[in-house]
Design a protein. Structure first.
Length: 266
């Protein structure tokens, strides 16, 4: 039976995992299940951050709050097993992401506009990147370039105690990077999983790898005249299939930044 699974998780949930709420005050079967399961707890943290971001930018904040209450009552809290809870969170994260989609594109595009105007390779940026909503409200992006390559890095600002925000890239936490270069994609066949983008471009996927520290998930792919890679920060407990899906979703959402919009050296 499914209900006993959650009841068993209640017994194990005394501080087993952190969540966006106080686990000591968990009152429902679902809340106890979240506190007992690290994967569910990570999803809860991600959703809480995404919800804060959308709420802060919304002109219809009351409607956003009402939809969140409706989701809690009619979707998440009706679950009776961890699979249902995970699915409920995935759907709600996707819903919140759609509302934040344009601001993600603008974040990358604004950074891309600081690149030299005569870039030798096409500059693509993703508009689908759920991890941008993780763990903080303030985001920033910086672009860099060299002969035949470019990089755009996104960070979460770490601004504590009301101090002035540090310059982007000085102190903030890394979230994601898009990199392009004229050199061919390196041979990854010996250590990565082969994948394909929606347009048929071949690619290779590497999941999060942790040793002394954790290396971000990476997706490499080859285009007609350049190779690219995308890196994204995930919790080490994030399922590999979720990492792969989000990476491919991001790569499949790429949009070309028009050359006339890249004007950093003018």
């Amino acid at each position: 039976m499914r209900i006993p699974i959650l009841l068993a998780m209640m017994v194990l949930s005394s501080g087993a995992a952190a969540a966006s709420f106080d686990c000591a005050k968990a009152a429902t079967l679902v809340e106890h299940a979240i506190c007992a399961d690290r994967k569910l707890s990570d999803l809860d943290d991600q959703l809480a951050a995404a919800y804060r971001n959308v709420l802060a930018a919304a002109s219809d904040a009351n409607a956003i709050r009402a939809r969140q209450r409706e989701w809690l009552a009619n979707e998440r809290n009706k679950c009776r097993d961890s699979t249902c809870i995970q699915d409920a969170y995935a759907k709600r994260l996707a819903e919140l992401f759609v509302r934040n989609r344009r601001s993600i594109a603008e974040l990358f595009e604004d950074a891309a506009r600081t690149l030299p105007a005569r870039m030798r390779i096409p500059v693509y940026v993703p508009v689908s990147l759920q991890s941008l909503a993780a763990d903080a409200d303030g985001l920033c992006a910086v672009a860099d370039s060299g002969p035949g390559n470019f990089s755009i890095n996104v960070f979460v600002r770490e601004n504590e105690d009301g101090n002035a925000e540090p310059p982007c890239g000085e102190g903030p936490a890394f979230v994601a990077e898009i990199h392009g270069e004229r050199q061919p994609m390196p041979d990854m066949s010996y250590r990565a999983e082969k994948v394909a983008l929606r347009n048929g471009s071949p690619g290779w996927f590497l999941e999060v790898s942790c040793g002394g520290s954790c290396a971000p998930a990476t997706l490499y792919w080859q285009a007609a005249n350049a190779s690219y890679f995308l890196q994204m920060k995930f919790a080490s407990t994030t399922p590999v299939e979720m990492q792969r899906k989000e990476m491919l979703d991001a790569a499949n959402s790429l949009v070309l930044v028009p050359r006339e919009a890249v004007r950093g050296d003018r």
